[in-house]
Design a protein around this ligand. Structure first.
Ligand SMILES: C[S@@+](CC[C@H](N)C(=O)[O-])C[C@H]1O[C@@H](n2cnc3c(N)ncnc32)[C@H](O)[C@@H]1O
Length: 225
């Protein structure tokens, strides 16, 4: 279900107040409004954030899966050049921005968190890239089609991961190229996955239990459904 913004809360103003515009370690071409030691919003408890009307700020980090996928797209622009692209579960919009930089003909960033949608717009503007962004839950929409779907770090919880796997598999079966960036999350699909490349991605101990995560870009192969 799409989340709503509580009355009186301005997501863009909250993001600008609580983040710094920083480079991403693996993708220094892209600057994002991110949490840092100076503005440590991830350490606020869910309760404190909820009091301010803010869901957990996934958009305030460049997750390892999104960084790896963005690096791959920038180094292999032919995967998206001239194509319509969806960045599913966009968070900060890092992957959408990479697709725009690599020459996609259109880019839609989708995330059910309206703060993420605001972050995607702010971050795209900060990088001089034009994208659309939506908080619609596309998992319940079977009518829309893209040439390419990119999904960074989406396999971190059940039942989201299995719902996403089914939805992505249907798109792959319809001819869409589906690429997933994943740092070894528990619920990554086990079947019909072709490994494209791996990167060592620097992360923060605030989020992960290690400083570097080996992160792989996979292509979900089309199978007959
Ligand atoms: C771990 S973050 C990854 C963000 C980004 N792709 C990256 O790699 O930096 C996962 C994101 O999935 C989003 N999400 C969860 N369920 C979703 C759904 N049904 N549709 C779209 N986004 C969803 C969350 O709001 C969150 O921003």
């Amino acid at each position: 279900m799409t989340r709503s913004v509580p009355k009186g809360t301005d997501p863009a103003a909250f993001i600008e107040r609580n983040t710094q515009l920083l480079d991403c370690p693996l993708v220094p071409e892209i600057k994002l409004h991110l949490a840092s030691e100076i503005v440590p919003i991830w350490q606020l408890t869910e309760e404190e954030l909820a009091k301010q009307g803010v869901p957990p700020p996934f958009w305030a980090f460049a997750w390892a899966g999104g960084q790896a996928l963005s690096r791959y797209i920038l180094d292999h622009p032919e995967r998206v050049r001239g194509k319509s692209v969806l960045d599913f579960a966009a968070g900060s919009g890092i992957v959408a921005i990479a697709a725009g930089m690599a020459g996609a003909s259109s880019v839609l960033a989708a995330d059910i968190d309206p703060f993420s949608v605001a972050a995607c717009r702010l971050n795209a503007t900060a990088n001089g890239i034009d994208i659309d962004a939506t908080s619609d839950n596309l998992l319940t929409d079977e009518s829309m089609r893209w040439d390419v779907i990119l999904a960074g770090d989406i396999c971190y919880e059940q039942p989201l991961a299995s719902q996403v796997e089914d939805w992505l598999s249907r798109h792959a079966a319809n001819g869409t190229t589906v690429l997933i960036g994943d740092p070894g999350r528990t619920y990554l699909p086990k079947e019909n996955m072709e490994k494209l490349i791996s990167y060592a991605v620097k992360t923060t101990r605030e989020l992960e239990d290690m400083d570097v995560r080996n992160t792989t870009v996979w292509q979900l192969e089309a199978k007959r459904l």
